[in-house]
Ligand binder design. Structure first.
Ligand code: GLU
Length: 272
């Protein structure tokens, strides 16, 4: 059974760009007779707001979209992500990183080999220095690419819908964040775990997430999870050529609906 998902984050009201993405998934699912799941990704408690969860369902329903299943909210699955984080920790694949934004701004890696490392090379700290800093500072958890590389194929790749392969080790340019300073489980970790558990075979999402796909593929390899096929669609731009943002109220579906715009005309406008 082929299955895709539309996975919005409830950080604001859905706008035309989100509708475009949702309809893109829907169209693909219809053409392939695949299942379409809705998964609301509310892991970022600093930006997600509960009222937007129902607003997303209402907007999609208004748009005439139907989905076969709604996956559980990510906020209800923290125990699952914790388990996976521990698994990575036990294999020494992650390390606490104490670097600040300023450290990164001043950093320019001198060698190709050091390009993944954070500016202060936190992965190299002795265990006592690490413990001391952990007691004093906030930290993110990063995936140690140098260690991960030993345990995975040198030609590790992800595949797009045009049968093209993208090589993970060419695309990764820093040790990825697996747990943020303020959120213990990153988007990368949760999305990979959920896609595997929910049997997602095809991931259709915007171009903005293209750089994340190498990270996802690497996590799949490290966790022995299947790798879906990926398609990244172009982003909808405004008249100035900028990406639509949730903070621009005029493109919100809810605002359009309230001013009498019909769902049919939105669909027509977004038709590819
Ligand atoms: N929740 C993510 C977002 O709203 C999308 C995740 C994905 O499709 O992989 O940007």
């Amino acid at each position: 059974m082929l299955r895709t998902r539309f996975a919005p984050s409830p950080t604001g009201l859905l706008h035309l760009g989100n509708a475009y993405s949702a309809l893109y998934c829907e169209q693909w699912a219809k053409q392939q007779q695949a299942q379409l799941w809705l998964r609301i990704e509310d892991i970022d408690h600093t930006r997600c707001r509960p009222p937007y969860i129902q607003a997303i369902r209402d907007d999609l329903t208004w748009l005439g979209m139907s989905w076969q299943n709604e996956a559980p909210l990510q906020s209800a699955r923290l125990h699952v992500y914790e388990h996976v984080l521990k698994e990575l920790q036990q294999q020494d694949l992650i390390y606490p990183c104490f670097c600040t934004r300023r450290d990164f701004a001043l950093h320019s890696p001198s060698t190709v080999e050091s390009r993944w490392q954070c500016p202060q090379a936190c992965a190299q700290l002795s265990s006592s220095a690490r413990q001391r800093q952990m007691a004093q500072k906030s930290y993110a958890m990063r995936l140690n690419c140098a260690v991960a590389r030993h345990g995975t194929a040198s030609d590790l790749a992800w595949q797009d819908h045009q049968q093209q392969y993208h090589h993970v080790w060419d695309e990764l340019n820093a040790d990825p964040i697996i747990g943020r300073k303020d959120i213990r489980y990153s988007y990368h970790l949760c999305v990979v775990v959920d896609d595997a558990e929910q049997g997602i075979t095809h991931i259709i999402r915007g171009m903005d997430l293209l750089p994340s796909t190498a990270i996802h593929r690497l996590l799949q390899a490290l966790l022995s999870l299947p790798s879906p096929l990926y398609a990244h669609h172009p982003l909808l731009l405004d008249n100035q050529g900028q990406r639509l943002a949730k903070r621009v109220a005029s493109t919100a579906l809810q605002a359009m609906r309230e001013t009498g715009v019909s769902a049919a005309s939105v669909r027509q406008k977004l038709r590819r």
